[in-house]
Design a protein around this ligand. Structure first.
Ligand SMILES: C[S@@+](CC[C@H](N)C(=O)[O-])C[C@H]1O[C@@H](n2cnc3c(N)ncnc32)[C@H](O)[C@@H]1O
Length: 217
């Protein structure tokens, strides 16, 4: 499905509290320095227009949320959703999630990692550009806390099955656990924009959750 252009956000809006470049955050990340409080931190990779992030940040004020989005226009659009909220528990970082996971996020740190509808890179020769390639899946597993969860949804069956296979042969994560489809109660009652578009087109969504074991074998 082709992607619709995102609206440009007013350049005068001061998004500095919710839109960050990787170098503006401490290395390694620490919840106290980023949010000035200790709370479980959930990471979303590839936030797009930020529907998931803005909704869960309101639903779970006791958690902190960071979305990483590489596209500047999308990152600003998502940040504008987070701007002016009562709770200061969510920010967008504009950068490459693979590099940030590698360079800035400590091991056993994240309560959850969410990846929804990652770019499929259809051509076989381009598949090494996928965000859920083996080296990044290994990083996700290491950065999750014991008992932390990894959530992966896509509309691309081949991407789904090959990721499940990669995890089964290379990772101690437990799963996949199935996620039942939920009836939408209103027009934006979807996890992300891509889920909304996929379901409104009558196409299938593949969903899985994995959990990091408490003790590694
Ligand atoms: C197909 S869109 C899905 C957006 C959103 N998750 C949704 O479901 O509506 C994939 C998003 O991942 C972002 N992305 C791709 N590679 C990335 C990377 N290495 N780091 C962070 N974001 C990335 C893209 O810019 C794009 O916004």
């Amino acid at each position: 499905m082709a992607r619709r252009a995102v609206k440009t956000i007013d350049q005068n809006l001061d998004l500095s509290q919710v839109f960050k470049k990787p170098e503006e955050l401490s290395t390694p990340w620490s919840s106290e320095t980023i949010f000035e409080r200790l709370a479980p931190l959930e990471l979303e990779i590839g936030s797009g227009k930020g529907l998931f992030l803005s909704r869960v940040a309101d639903q779970f004020p006791e958690h902190n949320f960071i979305g990483i989005e590489i596209g500047q226009k999308y990152a600003r659009f998502s940040a504008a959703r987070l701007y002016n909220r009562k709770n200061h528990n969510a920010i967008i970082v504009c950068g490459d999630a693979a590099k940030i996971l590698h360079d800035q996020i400590p091991d056993n740190f994240l309560a959850a990692v969410h990846v929804y509808f990652p770019d499929p890179w259809w051509k076989r020769a381009h598949r090494k550009r996928r965000i859920l390639r083996l080296e990044v899946l290994r990083l996700i597993e290491r950065r999750l806390q014991p008992n932390g969860t990894f959530h992966f949804w896509t509309d691309v069956e081949e991407y789904f099955l090959s990721t499940l296979e990669l995890l089964a042969s290379n990772s101690p994560l437990m799963g996949p656990f199935e996620v039942p489809e939920k009836e939408a109660e209103h027009d934006f009652d979807y996890r992300t924009h891509f889920e909304r578009r996929t379901r409104l087109h009558g196409e299938k969504v593949y969903r899985a959750i994995f959990r990091k074991p408490l003790i590694r074998d």
